[in-house]
Design a protein around this ligand. Structure first.
Ligand code: 4AD
Ligand code: MG
Length: 441
C-alpha cells in the first residue's frame, strides 16, 4: 500500500482514484447512515465518509478523536467538504484508539465557532497540555514556518560565505550583564548558561572570518511580556573588516530574504493562522534608519518624557515602530546603556556604534554593532562596567593577537516569528516555551 499525504489529495491529483492515508482523527460527526471523519496528517486535513452498509462502519462508530488510523477509499470532488475533496472510505483500521482527548474543539480546531471554546480550552489548560496542544493546526502551521525560516536564514548566510559554528551553552563569564544571568553548579564550579554566543563567534572570525550560529540563549528574565522568554533561539553572526553600514545592510538583506521566501513558500500556513502575508511580502531592503538622538526627539514630540541617555522601554519602541509601520533601525546609542564590548566613536566617546532593528508591535528584534577592537579601550570599558578583567582574559587575547575591526549582531528567532505571524504572544512561536512560570513539559 502506498500512502498519500493529505495535501496531495487536496491538490486534485487523485480525483476518482483509490488512495490510502494514515493519520489521526481530527473531528467526528455521526449521522444515522453516514459517519463523517475528518482525518489529519502532518500536511493537512481531509473529510471522509463511511456509510452504514460499509464494512468499516463498526470501526468508524468506535473510533475517537485523536485515534491513529489507516484508511482506504475513493477520492471525490465535493465542494461542501473542507478543502474541496472527500474520501468515500472503504477500509478503516484503527492503529491506536485514543482515550477521551482532554482538549475539546474550540481553538484546537482552527476555523470552528468561538462558542465551541470551553473551559477545557483555557490558555492555562492548553499550556499544561502543551504536548497535546502541539497537534493543533495552529501549532502545526507555526512550527512549519519556524522550520522554514531557519532554513531560509541558513541559505542566506551560506550564500554570503558564512560558516555555521557551534558555540558552548555552559559559559564562565557574562556577556550581557549580570542581572539576567542564570547561574548553575558545574561539578564544584559556578558556571552560567549563555546569554549570547557573540564572544565565541568573535573567537572564530580569526579562523573562519564570516561565522554564524543558531543556538539557544538564556535570560533570567522576570518580566512577563509578550516578547520575553527565558530560553530563546538566537541567530547570531560576526565578521571582520566591516563597519556599521555593512552591518545594517546585511541585517536588512537577511530579513528581507527570509520574509520574501516565507511569502512565497508559506502561504498555506499564513492563511491557516490568519496572518497578513502582504506585510512580510512587502519587506524590502533598505530599511529606514534613525539615530538614537532622532528617536528621542520623535518621542518627545509625541509627548514622551524620555531623556537623552535613557534606555528605550517597550512603550517607546512601540510608539516609534508603529509610526514606521515596517522594520527600521535605530543606531548610535549612548555608550552608557550599551554593553562593554561596544566600540565608541573616537571623537564622541559618549556614543556607541550599536544598532537595533525594530518592528511594529514587538519593538526590538535584534541588536548589533561594531566591537571594540583596541585592547586598552576594551580593558578600560571592562573596568568601568565593574566587570572582572581576569574573566575576560581570553577575550582580550583576541585584541592582543592580530586584532581586526569587526561587527556582529544577534536576532531573536521567536521575536521575528511573533512579528511575521502576527502571534499574540512569543510563547506561541516556540514548541516548548520557557518563561518564569512555564517549564512543563
Ligand atoms: O539585545 P541582546 O541582548 O544582544 C545580544 O545578546 C548581543 N550579544 C547579540 C550580538 O550582537 N551577537 O539580544 C539580542 C536579541 C534581542 O534583540 C531579542 O531579539 C532577543 O535577542 N532576545 C530575546 N528574545 C526573547 N526573549 C528574551 N528574553 C530575549 N532577550 C533578547
Ligand atoms: Mg538589545
Amino acid at each position: 500500500m502506498i500512502f498519500v499525504p493529505i495535501q496531495e489529495i487536496l491538490q486534485g491529483d487523485y480525483e476518482n482514484k483509490t488512495v490510502a492515508i494514515r493519520g489521526w482523527i481530527y473531528r467526528k460527526r455521526e449521522g444515522k447512515r453516514t459517519i463523517f471523519l475528518v482525518v489529519r496528517d502532518s500536511t493537512g486535513i481531509i473529510q471522509s465518509t463511511i456509510k452504514s452498509e460499509s464494512s468499516a462502519w463498526k470501526d468508524a462508530e468506535k473510533i475517537t478523536i485523536e485515534s491513529s488510523l489507516i484508511m482506504e477509499g475513493l477520492v471525490k470532488k465535493d465542494s461542501r467538504a473542507p478543502g474541496g475533496y472527500e474520501i468515500a472510505a472503504e477500509k478503516l483500521s484503527i492503529i491506536g484508539l485514543a482515550e477521551l482527548f482532554p482538549i475539546t474543539k474550540g481553538k484546537h480546531r482552527a476555523g470552528s465557532d468561538a462558542e465551541e471554546k470551553s473551559e477545557m480550552d483555557s490558555e492555562e489548560h492548553l499550556r499544561r497540555l502543551r504536548h497535546l496542544w502541539l497537534r493543533s493546526l495552529d501549532m502545526n502551521h507555526v512550527m512549519k514556518v519556524r522550520g522554514d525560516v531557519l532554513a531560509f536564514a541558513r541559505d542566506f548566510f551560506k550564500s554570503r560565505g558564512f560558516t555555521e559554528v557551534s558555540p558552548p551553552m555552559f559559559i564562565s563569564a557574562a556577556v550581557e550583564g549580570g542581572s539576567t544571568l542564570f547561574g548553575l553548579k558545574y561539578f564544584d564550579q559556578n558556571l552560567y548558561l549563555t546569554q549570547s554566543s557573540q564572544l565565541y563567534l568573535e573567537i572564530l572570525i580569526y579562523s573562519l572570518e564570516r561565522v554564524y550560529c543558531i543556538a539557544p540563549s538564556f535570560r533570567a528574565e522576570k518580566s512577563r511580556t509578550i516578547r520575553h522568554l527565558t530560553e530563546y533561539w538566537h541567530m547570531e553572526a560576526e565578521w571582520p573588516f566591516a563597519d556599521m553600514n555593512d552591518l545594517m545592510r546585511f541585517e536588512e538583506e537577511l530579513m528581507a530574504h527570509v520574509c520574501q521566501r516565507a511569502a512565497e513558500h508559506c502561504k498555506r500556513d499564513f492563511e491557516g493562522l490568519h496572518a497578513d502575508i502582504s506585510k512580510v511580502a512587502s519587506v524590502k531592503a533598505p530599511f529606514p534608519k534613525i539615530t538614537y538622538s532622532e528617536a528621542i526627539d520623535r518621542l518627545n514630540a509625541k509627548g514622551s518624557s524620555v531623556n537623552w541617555g535613557d534606555d528605550l522601554g517597550y512603550d517607546d519602541e512601540k510608539t516609534l515602530a508603529d509610526a514606521f509601520g515596517q522594520p527600521f533601525f535605530i543606531y548610535d546609542y549612548p555608550t552608557k546603556i550599551k554593553a562593554f564590548y561596544c566600540k565608541t566613536h573616537r571623537q564622541r566617546p559618549e556614543i556607541a556604534m550599536s544598532a537595533d532593528l525594530l518592528v511594529p508591535r514587538i519593538g526590538e528584534i535584534s541588536t548589533g554593532g561594531v566591537r571594540e577592537d583596541d585592547k586598552e579601550m576594551l580593558t578600560r570599558r571592562i573596568n568601568e562596567m565593574g566587570l572582572k578583567e581576569e574573566d575576560y582574559d581570553w577575550y582580550l587575547d583576541l585584541r592582543r593577537y592580530g586584532t581586526v575591526p569587526h561587527v556582529g549582531f544577534g536576532m531573536g528567532l521567536e521575536r521575528l516569528l511573533t512579528w511575521m505571524l502576527d502571534l499574540g504572544n512569543i510563547i506561541d512561536s516556540i514548541p516548548f516555551p520557557r518563561t518564569t512560570r512555564v517549564f512543563y513539559p
